[in-house]
Design a protein around this ligand. Structure first.
Ligand code: F6R
Length: 262
């Protein structure tokens, strides 16, 4: 696992976007990008939009798969993850909407849809890079504590904590969806690169558990420790509880030195 500790949110967004753009350019014909919603990746998406507008970063051949979607919300519902992605990324870049995939919250047969979603990922060639955030309870996508570490795309019942967290976006708590379709931990682990971002003091404790604690279904993000190419980009606040903080910074400095020598 590579851990980068940056000054602030702006810096993690910039570094995250740089890595995404670099990987996209390696596979200009058929790059497959996994995306997350939530507040964390918004800055990264802003930076990708800037790179598209100012530097011509081309999304026309990129295929995307989002991690999750609420059950019962249509793509044009303001709180749906599909709507979020349109507003924060897709409407501002030259992506072919036919290549955009967000789980269908209105699927008549959600279980069958989940299997179909897995198939679509495989048919696209697998995910090259998956953007991830981390929940306050250590979840990735909607893989709440106790989720199987080998899980696939499926319908999950949301925890009370997540429902309460999300209540601020709805008129009242009764309107918050209780179920979601989410990629499984096993699905996420098959992405060639996992790029996890976190910022703010609120994430410090759980981030330390995910990066340096035991691998456990209680913190599904801890599975990143088993991934062959997991990149974690955090700000100083989110990194405050890491025991090996100084070592991660040293590794980054040494890698920079090596690059300069080349
Ligand atoms: C959203 C998702 C979630 C979020 C996590 C952190 O697609 O997969 O796991 O990444 O809940 O949310 P924020 O970024 O709002 O702190």
């Amino acid at each position: 696992m590579e851990v980068f500790i940056e000054k602030d949110y702006e810096e993690i967004s910039r570094k995250g976007a740089e890595i995404v753009a670099e990987e996209m350019k390696k596979k200009p014909e058929n790059f497959v990008l996994g995306l997350a919603t939530g507040s964390t990746p918004v800055g990264l998406y802003k930076e990708l939009i800037r790179m598209h507008k100012e530097e011509g970063l081309d999304f026309s051949k990129v295929t995307t798969f989002n991690l999750d979607e609420y059950c019962g919300l249509a793509p044009d519902h303001e709180q749906s993850y599909h709507y979020f992605m349109d507003e924060n990324l897709f409407n501002h870049i030259n992506i072919d909407k036919k290549k955009v995939h967000v789980p269908d919250g209105m699927a008549e047969d959600p279980e069958a849809f989940c299997q179909e979603y897995e198939k679509m990922i495989v048919e696209a060639g697998g995910i090259d890079l998956q953007v991830l955030g981390i929940g306050g309870d250590g979840h990735i996508a909607f893989n709440e504590p106790g989720s199987s570490l080998g899980s696939r795309t499926r319908v999950k019942t949301l925890t009370q904590e997540t429902i309460e967290d999300n209540a601020r976006f709805f008129e009242n708590i009764d309107n918050v969806p209780k179920y979601a379709i989410t990629m499984g931990v096993g699905t996420i682990m098959e992405a060639r690169i996992c790029l996890l971002l976190a910022n703010g003091a609120k994430k410090a404790e759980v981030l330390a558990k995910a990066v340096e604690g035991p691998i456990t279904a209680e913190v599904t993000a801890s599975m990143m420790q088993l991934h062959r190419q997991a990149i974690v980009i955090i700000d100083e606040e989110a990194g405050a509880r890491l025991k090996r903080k100084d070592y991660y910074k040293h590794v980054e400095k040494m890698a920079d030195l090596l690059k300069k020598k080349k």
